[in-house]
Design a protein around this ligand. Structure first.
Ligand code: ZN
Ligand code: ZN
Length: 379
């Protein structure tokens, strides 16, 4: 990796990219007095964008079990979904990964961007929309840059606090007036600020949708352990009582058979549904490298591009971020080299799945995608 380069203007940057043609291009999210200095100490730190990375890679999606594969490096055996601890054929623990994208995982990351912007940045942090810069990463996620002065000047501890707030990490549920008073359990009011009110609202929204929804939410939580059937039934049989309590802004949520421990687990499941699923490591790093806007992502050939927030709803990465016109006549000849090349939609056409050794004439965007994914070679 070549680092510590400073360009006097955009023209020099473009010339550098044309002559070197790097597979991946990044810039620093930090502002320095001397960006070209060789060591971090010499650069003279000024400030840093607050960067939020939302990537389907960090979010559990069911589609990855269908379109991701692990290939044993020793014997070539192929495993669908998560990589196993060891190969069942030869016991090797080394694998090559084929990690794919589809509409489902791209939609999951888009939904998380809406959650972050609507429910946290605009509503709770009151950040002006014009200070929120949104980029498609070129692969399966988005970068959100906050350029508000107050955010640029934050140190690492403050960035950690904000990230923890957004992800609902690092605090005790007991600080929100959750306690036992004689036989009464004090929950939260929907009028409470911050997380307490969010939890009350989320529980209410699930309860009013009825029994099947309650079962779905608590039997298949996004993360961690599910609630057992007896406990879910306790919630269901007290459904109307809890709806009345919450809608009347009463904090007493007394349900027989639900212990403190169970309530905490219920709150955790609700928290994981409410939080913005961001990659915290990126947000707290004061020296982060971020993909360069306008460059192509080396694992897809798609454009890293700025998106207006109002255009996000209709943004289709598999169509709008293609680098070349969606032209069926402009083709490349390639050969599949991986044991499997899963199905991919490019533009409005589905391609594949393909098998090893298949020789194909494919439109440029599609061929480029397969080459960048390292599942094919030029013929
Ligand atoms: Zn093997
Ligand atoms: Zn997917």
């Amino acid at each position: 990796m070549v680092r510590h380069i400073q360009f006097p203007s955009n023209k020099y940057l473009v010339r550098h990219l044309i002559t070197t043609a790097p597979r991946h291009s990044y810039h620093s999210a930090t502002y320095y007095e001397r960006p070209g200095a060789e060591t971090m100490d010499q650069k003279g730190y000024i400030s840093c964008d607050f960067v939020v990375d939302i990537d389907a890679d960090h979010i559990p999606t069911s589609c990855r079990h269908n379109h991701d594969y692990a290939i044993c490096k020793a014997c070539g055996a192929m495993f669908q979904g998560e990589k196993p601890l060891k190969c069942s054929e030869c016991e090797s623990t080394k694998f090559d990964k084929i990690s794919w994208i589809c509409d489902e995982c791209l939609d999951v990351s888009k939904k998380q961007v809406f959650n972050l912007v609507e429910n946290f940045l605009l509503k709770e942090f009151s950040i002006p929309l014009e200070d929120i810069n949104l980029y498609f990463s070129g692969h399966r996620g988005y970068h959100v840059h906050l350029k508000t002065k107050e955010f640029l000047d934050l140190d690492q501890d403050a960035r950690r606090e904000i990230s923890d707030y957004v992800t609902g990490e690092g605090f005790s549920f007991k600080i929100w007036d959750y306690r036992k008073i004689q036989n009464n359990m004090m929950g939260f009011s929907i009028e409470d600020p911050g997380w307490a009110g969010k939890i009350a609202k989320e529980l209410y929204n699930i309860l009013i949708q009825g029994e099947p929804r309650i079962i779905e939410v608590f039997e298949k939580p996004i993360y961690g352990k599910k609630l057992n059937a007896v406990l879910i039934n306790n919630l269901i049989s007290n459904r109307q009582y809890l709806i009345n309590q919450i809608s009347n802004k009463r904090k007493i949520w007394q349900v027989a058979g639900l212990s403190d421990k169970t309530w905490i687990r219920i709150f955790e499941i609700l928290r994981d549904r409410i939080k913005a699923d961001i990659d915290v490591v990126v947000s707290i790093d004061l020296h982060r490298l971020i993909r360069l806007e306008g460059s192509l992502h080396g694992k897809t050939g798609f454009k890293v591009m700025k998106i207006k927030y109002e255009d996000l709803k209709d943004f289709d990465p598999l169509k709008d971020a293609l680098s070349f016109p969606d032209n069926q006549e402009n083709t490349l000849d390639i050969e599949i080299t991986a044991p499997i090349s899963p199905k991919i939609r490019i533009g409005s056409t589905n391609y594949g799945p393909y098998n090893k050794g298949e020789k194909l004439k494919l439109p440029l965007n599609t061929a480029l995608f397969l080459l960048c994914k390292d599942v094919a070679k030029l013929k």
